[in-house]
Design a protein around this ligand. Structure first.
Ligand code: HEM
Ligand SMILES: *[C@@H]1O[C@H](CO)[C@@H](O)[C@H](O)[C@H]1NC(C)=O
Length: 520
């Protein structure tokens, strides 16, 4: 390399003064070369950028200034001011090209799927959560896991088993609500849904719940470690120096402890299952049993460690996301400004479809309005608000924008869900009727469950779970927000948690003639 030769030569003959001069010249050269973008990235004067880039550091200082609870406002502001395509550059991470349009999202996730991968980010900060599991892997490794899992998720016996589990776990939710209604105490609905979805995952995966719903005020070790590990990994996303920070504080050791605890607990259940066998009176099977009966490409059974990986990765994928969507839905329906007839229509459907009976796999298919309510909440508060993939082969986006290998394509379902251009002038209104008697939106338009070959594997699972618990709650209770004028702040994470929970009040529904509400 000519430049390194030159530097070596100069250094050999340099005096101290010359050295300093050389250093200054080199610095000036780099500052000039990277005067408007981050070091190591390609200059892209063809792309629109938010103002405030620094030489060498690019947009890093600007991003660091944004408070967590305003993060998605930054994306929305850029969308309004710069249009659907804009870009930032960051040192180490690289250039990110944001493309918030249904065409772009379908292009990257579907039509030109081959040109984009997950890349290294998920393996770094989020490595403790995803490792090389289905979420973070690409190519053959991903394909194998996807094929195996989608087979199992389509087994009829599994669907019926999950439906039974959701009913059993929702009954525990009702018991808790009944007590709160009688005592007149406020509840944290967000926390309640997090307990419900975690216990449901325990039962679906291992045939036994983790016991959170029986012990709401107390603490279940598994749940605490699971939550702490998720939170620690989310914090890493906002802190490029997380490795150093965690090494210098107790956070690193706690994360190790949490991970070991949840894995050990899972492993024990698997070993118990191996020694005791699967006891069931019906043909229904849990996730563990189905995966234990599966084999790898060589026809060998899966190892215990691998079973733990699969089940915990699914739990991470499906637990918080579903609980958050349920919480935002209950907020949106009850907030000031939402049409009051929406809740009435929803309750009417519950009474019509379920009456006093328990829901089942078949009844959930008739809860069309509840499903519309759930999707409409996911439009405004998508559980995965923003996402990214790395380009691995130079490509051209549908609007003609070039994207080079090594650059990131980023998009935000949150921004797109709030775009008038995409959803019309009433975009900010919570309006489930936009889902009724209309054509299903494309995966690019409604991207809350992702799109293309890697579309969410648990979508039907999540919908079944949500409709079961919504139906059972509304059969018996009325819930109202403690503060219906307050927008709950979100936390910064890969997902969309409510930072301060969702305080609600509960009363029993008045029994009315011809069914509907009954006492618990
Ligand atoms: C409302 C609830 C849910 C939402 C909004 C949601 C959304 C998503 C999104 C956006 C992705 C793509 C993530 C990415 O690749 O970057 C995804 C992937 C995935 N989801 Fe969900 N999800 C939900 C519930 C669930 C549930 C309950 C399960 C499991 C039972 C699940 C399992 C998965 C899996 C395994 C993947 C990875 C698929 C792959 O890469 O091939 N999800 N989900
Ligand atoms: C998810 O799976 C990957 C590998 O398959 C593993 O490295 C990772 O630890 C798993 N996540 C958890 C929380 O166990």
């Amino acid at each position: 390399m000519a430049i390194t030769e030159l530097v070596k030569n100069v250094l050999q003959h340099a005096t101290r003064a010359n050295n300093l001069k050389l250093l200054l010249t080199l610095s000036a050269f780099f500052i000039y070369k990277y005067r408007s973008h981050a070091i190591g990235t390609r200059r892209r004067s063809d792309l629109k950028e938010p103002k405030g880039a620094y030489p060498l550091l690019g947009h890093m200082p600007l991003l660091a200034m944004i408070p967590g609870t305003k993060l998605y406002d930054f994306f929305e502001k850029n969308y309004r001011e710069l249009g659907p395509v804009w870009s930032i550059s960051l040192p180490v991470i690289g250039r990110m090209i944001q493309g918030d349009s249904p065409e772009m999202v379908e292009h990257v996730l579907k039509s030109n799927f081959w040109a984009y991968e997950k890349g290294p980010l998920l393996k770094g900060a989020l490595g403790d959560l995803f490792g090389s599991g289905i979420f973070a892997s690409d190519g053959a490794n991903w394909k194998f896991q996807r094929r195996q899992a989608s087979h199992i998720f389509n087994v009829k016996a599994f669907r019926e088993y999950t439906s039974d589990v959701f009913v059993i776990e929702a009954q525990k939710v009702l018991e808790y609500l009944g007590k709160a209604a009688d005592a007149g105490t406020e509840i944290d609905f967000h926390q309640l849904m997090l307990h419900f979805t975690l216990d449901s995952f325990g039962a679906v995966s291992f045939g036994e719940s983790f016991g959170c719903l029986e012990n709401i005020e107390g603490k279940v070790d598994f749940a605490v470690s699971f939550d702490d590990l998720t939170a620690t990994c989310s914090d890493r996303l906002m802190d490029p120096a997380w490795k150093i920070r965690e090494a210098l504080t107790s956070v690193g050791a706690k994360a190790k402890y949490d991970k070991a605890l949840i894995r050990k607990h899972s492993l024990e259940i698997i070993q118990r299952r191996r020694s005791e066998g699967f006891k069931t009176v019906s043909t229904k099977k849990d996730l563990l049993q189905l995966f234990m009966e599966a084999t790898d490409d060589e026809g060998e059974p899966l190892s215990d460690e691998y079973l733990v990986d699969i089940i915990l990765n699914f739990t991470i994928a499906g637990r918080d996301t579903t609980a958050q969507a349920l919480s935002w839905m209950f907020y949106l329906i009850n907030r000031d400004g939402t049409d009051k007839s929406i809740m009435k229509t929803l309750i009417q459907e519950v009474d019509d479809v379920l009456g006093d009976d328990l829901p089942s796999y078949d009844t959930h298919k008739q809860q069309k309005y509840a499903e519309a309510c759930f999707n409409e909440a996911l439009r405004i508060f998508p559980s995965v608000p923003r996402n990214l993939k790395i380009c691995v082969q130079d490509d051209i986006l549908p609007d003609g924008t070039k994207i080079y290998a090594g650059e990131w394509f980023t998009w935000s379902s949150y921004v797109m869900g709030r775009s008038e251009a995409i959803w019309g002038p009433d975009v900010l209104e919570y309006k489930p009727s936009r889902w009724i008697d209309t054509e299903k939106p494309s995966q690019g338009k409604f991207s809350s469950f992702h799109a293309g070959p890697r579309v969410c594997l648990g979508m039907n699972f999540a919908i079944l779970e949500a409709l079961t618990v919504i139906g059972m709650i509304l059969q018996k209770f009325e819930l109202t927000l403690v503060d219906s004028a307050k927008l709950p702040p979100y936390g910064v994470s890969v997902t969309m948690p409510m930072l301060e929970g969702l305080p609600m009040r509960v009363t029993r529904r008045q029994a009315k003639e011809g069914g509907g509400a009954v006492a618990v």
